[in-house]
Write a protein that binds this ligand. Structure first.
Ligand SMILES: Nc1ncnc2c1ncn2[C@@H]1O[C@H](COP(=O)(O)OP(=O)(O)O)[C@@H](O)[C@H]1O
Ligand code: SF4
Ligand SMILES: [Mg+2]
Length: 381
C-alpha cells in the first residue's frame, strides 16, 4: 500500500447568492474526482495551469478545505473520515510548504518563535532549550546560519525565506511534505538551489513529497511520477521519464511544447502548441472531455459528449483521452492549427505564464514579497 492514496477526491465549493438567505446557486468544481498514489520516499509532481485545482487538492489532503467526496488514505487511515480532534494528531505528519515564503511567515515573529510554535503545539521537545537545539540542527540542514534564530523574516532573501518555510515543516518531523509552488516566487537562479535542497532533504530524511507546480520544468527532475491536471481532474500520469519522453495527452503535449530545450538547434525547431482560448470556468466545466474546447485534436464523436477515463496504456502510463492511440499513430488529424504562427495575433494568451500570482488565501500568505529582485541579489544561499 502506498503511503498516501487519494481515491476519487472531489472538492466542490458552493457558489452562494442572496444577502439574506445565502442560496447555493451552483458549485465550483475545483477538484472533481482525482485518484493518485504517492509511494513512501518518492515524489509525486502535480502540474497544470493556474486555476486547475492543484492548491485545492493539496489543501484537501491536509483537510484545510472540506472534502466533498472521496478518500484520502494516509498510512492506512482515511483522513477524510477522521473526526477533527483525531485529524489534529495526523496533521503533524503531513506538512505544507507554501508558494510565498514571506507572506506565510509572520513578520512580527523571529525565526525561533516561528519554528518553535508548531513544535510546542505538537509536544515536540521537552522544553525551550531542547527545542532550540532541535531548531539549530534543522537550520543547519536547510543551509541557514545559527544566528538566524533571533532574526525576523524581512531580514532574509527570498531563497532564504523559503528555506525557513521548509525548516518550519521539518521541525515537526513530518512523513509527507506538500510543496505548493515551492519556487514560483523565487528568482530563476535561486529556484534550482531550493529544488536541490528539497532533494537532499528527501534523501537524508526519507521524506515523501507531493510537489505542485504550474511549470513542468520545475517538477521534472525531482519527481518520480508526474500527474497532469486540467480543470479538476488528471488527464495523464506517468513515471517522470516516460511522460517527458512520450507525452500522450494533447494537453500534456501542449504543456511540454512550452518548455524550452537546452540544445539551441532543437530549440530553434521546437514547435510550440499554443492553445486557443482560456481555461474554462470550473463553475461550468465543458461536457464530455473537459479539454475538448481547446484540444487541437478534438473529434466530432465522443469528445464533446463522453468524459474519457484515466486508463493505463502500459507501464503505468495513464491517459484520459478517447483518441490517444490514434493521435500517437497519426490516424486522426488536427482540427485546429497548433503552430505558433497560426495563433499569434489572435490574442491567445500563452499556455504557461511566467509566474503565477500568489494565490494563497489572505491570512496564510497575504502580500507578495515586495522588492523581490533586490533581496534575491543579496541571496547568499
Ligand atoms: N475557497 C474557495 N471558494 C471558491 N472557489 C475557490 C476557492 N478556492 C479556490 N477556488 C477556485 O477553485 C479553482 C481552483 O483553484 P486552485 O486550487 O487555487 O487552482 P491552482 O492552484 O491550480 O491555481 C479556481 O477556479 C479557484 O478560483
Ligand atoms: S478526448 Fe478528444 S478532446 Fe479530449 S484530449 Fe482526447 S482528442 Fe482531445
Ligand atoms: Mg495554486
Amino acid at each position: 500500500m502506498s503511503l498516501l492514496e487519494l481515491d476519487d477526491v472531489k472538492v466542490h465549493f458552493p457558489v452562494k447568492k442572496g444577502l439574506v438567505f445565502d442560496r447555493t446557486v451552483g458549485h465550483v468544481y475545483a477538484v472533481d474526482g482525482i485518484s493518485l498514489s504517492v509511494e513512501a520516499g518518492q515524489t509525486y509532481g502535480l502540474v497544470g495551469e493556474s486555476g486547475c485545482g492543484k492548491t485545492t487538492l493539496g489543501r484537501a489532503v491536509l483537510r484545510l478545505v472540506d472534502i466533498t467526496a472521496g478518500g484520502v488514505v494516509f498510512d492506512g487511515t482515511d483522513l477524510a473520515k477522521l473526526p477533527d480532534e483525531e485529524m489534529r494528531r495526523y496533521r503533524r505528519r503531513l506538512q505544507m510548504v507554501f508558494q510565498d515564503p514571506l507572506g506565510s511567515l509572520n513578520p512580527r515573529q523571529n525565526i525561533e518563535s516561528i519554528l518553535s510554535e508548531g513544535m510546542a503545539a505538537h509536544g515536540i521537545g521537552t522544553d525551550r532549550a531542547d527545542r532550540r537545539e532541535k531548531i539549530k540542527a534543522i537550520l543547519a540542514k536547510v543551509g541557514l546560519p545559527t544566528n538566524s534564530l533571533s532574526r525576523y523574516p524581512h531580514e532574509f532573501s527570498g531563497g532564504q525565506r523559503q528555506r525557513i518555510g521548509i525548516a518550519r515543516a521539518l521541525v515537526l518531523e513530518p512523513d509527507v511534505i506538500i510543496c505548493d509552488e515551492p519556487v514560483s516566487a523565487l528568482d530563476v537562479s535561486i529556484q534550482a538551489q531550493v529544488i536541490n535542497l528539497l532533494e537532499e532533504l528527501q534523501e537524508s530524511l526519507g521524506l515523501t513529497y507531493l510537489v505542485i507546480a504550474h511549470d513542468l520544468a520545475v517538477v521534472r527532475h525531482i519527481s518520480d511520477v508526474i500527474g497532469v491536471m486540467y480543470l479538476g481532474s488528471l488527464v495523464e500520469e506517468a513515471p517522470s521519464d516516460a511522460l517527458y519522453a512520450e507525452p500522450k495527452h494533447p494537453y500534456t503535449k501542449a504543456l511540454m511544447s512550452a518548455v524550452p530545450v537546452p540544445d539551441p538547434e532543437v530549440e530553434d525547431r521546437r514547435e510550440r502548441i499554443l492553445l486557443q482560448g482560456d481555461l474554462p470556468s470550473p463553475a461550468n466545466p465543458p461536457a464530455g472531455c473537459r479539454f475538448h474546447t481547446r484540444c487541437p485534436w478534438a473529434q466530432d464523436t465522443l469528445c464533446a459528449t463522453e468524459r474519457p477515463v484515466l486508463t493505463d496504456v502500459g507501464g503505468g502510463h495513464k491517459v484520459a483521452c478517447h483518441f490517444a492511440a490514434e493521435i500517437e499513430a497519426g490516424t486522426v488529424g488536427l482540427n485546429r492549427p497548433i503552430g505558433i504562427e497560426a495563433v499569434v495575433g489572435e490574442g491567445t494568451p500563452p499556455l504557461v505564464e511566467a509566474a503565477e500570482p500568489a494565490d494563497e488565501p489572505a491570512g496564510e500568505s497575504g502580500a507578495v514579497p515586495a522588492p523581490r529582485e533586490a533581496a534575491e541579489k543579496a541571496d547568499t544561499v
